[in-house]
Design a binder for this molecule. Structure first.
Ligand SMILES: Cc1cc2nc3c(=O)[nH]c(=O)nc-3n(C[C@H](O)[C@H](O)[C@H](O)COP(=O)(O)OP(=O)(O)OC[C@H]3O[C@@H](n4cnc5c(N)ncnc54)[C@H](O)[C@@H]3O)c2cc1C
Length: 221
């Protein structure tokens, strides 16, 4: 179906947040993604960064890498139309589970984790929601201010940004694995959602399994 680009925000050098409005009712679950199509480019998946809402709008976080993503970031304007298909993906928020949530994001892997925590925090639940966002430097923690504010406003959200390349800021330094390994003795009673580069997901999966999580409670696409 077609979707109209309502808003484009430049949040970092090569990263933009698009708000789009599908031209038909689009029903997704928090954590899913959609495919974007454009003539002359390979179709690519992009995660939906917003929880389902009543106004039928969708937020996408797109980093320009060279192919379709650069076409979208460099040439599209507000008011333009794009072709999308979806929703797709099984890394969806499990509403019936009230266990603590561990949401792990690398780079724009923050997008589906944002949708999941938005949905989780909008429901009645007492257990904490831990969100770890790993990036190279502080600028790439592109929602740092927003998420810091959310955590101040809602004590159930524990937000842990981590930078891996530049050690000159107030943000904890290192890789997500190291921080999670230190912060949790056991993950036996936790549900874990994760999104990011495949190598990162593989090593995070090993870590949470080492920490005794039930494999059925690990979700990623
Ligand atoms: C389930 C899923 C969800 C995704 N969600 C998002 C999202 O929310 N936002 C987003 O920006 N992307 C997301 N991606 C990645 C996205 O689908 C594309 O792979 C990415 O935009 C690059 O595609 P391209 O056609 O622009 O570049 P390509 O033509 O595929 O690649 C151009 C060059 O960049 C390199 N490259 C491509 N991707 C990366 C990368 N991640 N890191 C380093 N180098 C890279 C390639 O090796 C190549 O050299 C997601 C991928 C999956 C599988």
């Amino acid at each position: 179906m077609q979707a109209k680009i309502l808003r484009i925000q430049q949040v970092y050098n090569d990263l933009k947040i698009f708000t789009i409005e599908p031209q038909k009712v689009f029903k997704h679950k928090a954590g899913q993604y959609l495919m974007v199509f454009a003539q002359g480019y390979e179709p690519r998946p992009y995660s939906i960064a917003s929880a389902p809402n009543d106004d039928n709008t969708i937020e996408l976080h797109i980093r320009a890498y060279g192919g379709l993503s650069s076409f979208l970031c460099d040439t599209l304007n507000e008011g333009d139309m794009i072709d999308i298909e979806g929703p797709l993906g099984s890394c969806t928020y499990k509403a019936q589970c009230k266990k603590p949530i561990l949401a792990l994001a690398g780079g724009t892997g923050l997008a589906p984790m944002k949708a999941i925590i938005e949905k989780a925090l909008s429901t009645k639940r007492d257990n904490p929601v831990y969100l770890y966002h790993g990036a190279k430097d502080k600028d790439q923690l592109y929602l740092n201010n927003t998420l810091t504010q959310w955590a101040q406003d809602d004590p159930r959200l524990v937000y842990r940004p981590v930078v891996s390349h530049t050690q000159d800021s107030d943000i904890p330094y290192g890789f997500l694995n190291e921080h999670i390994a230190q912060d949790f003795e056991s993950l036996k009673d936790v549900r874990c959602y994760m999104s990011g580069p495949p190598e990162m997901l593989a090593s995070l999966r090993d870590l949470v399994l080492e920490k005794k999580i039930d494999e059925k409670r690990i979700h990623f696409d």
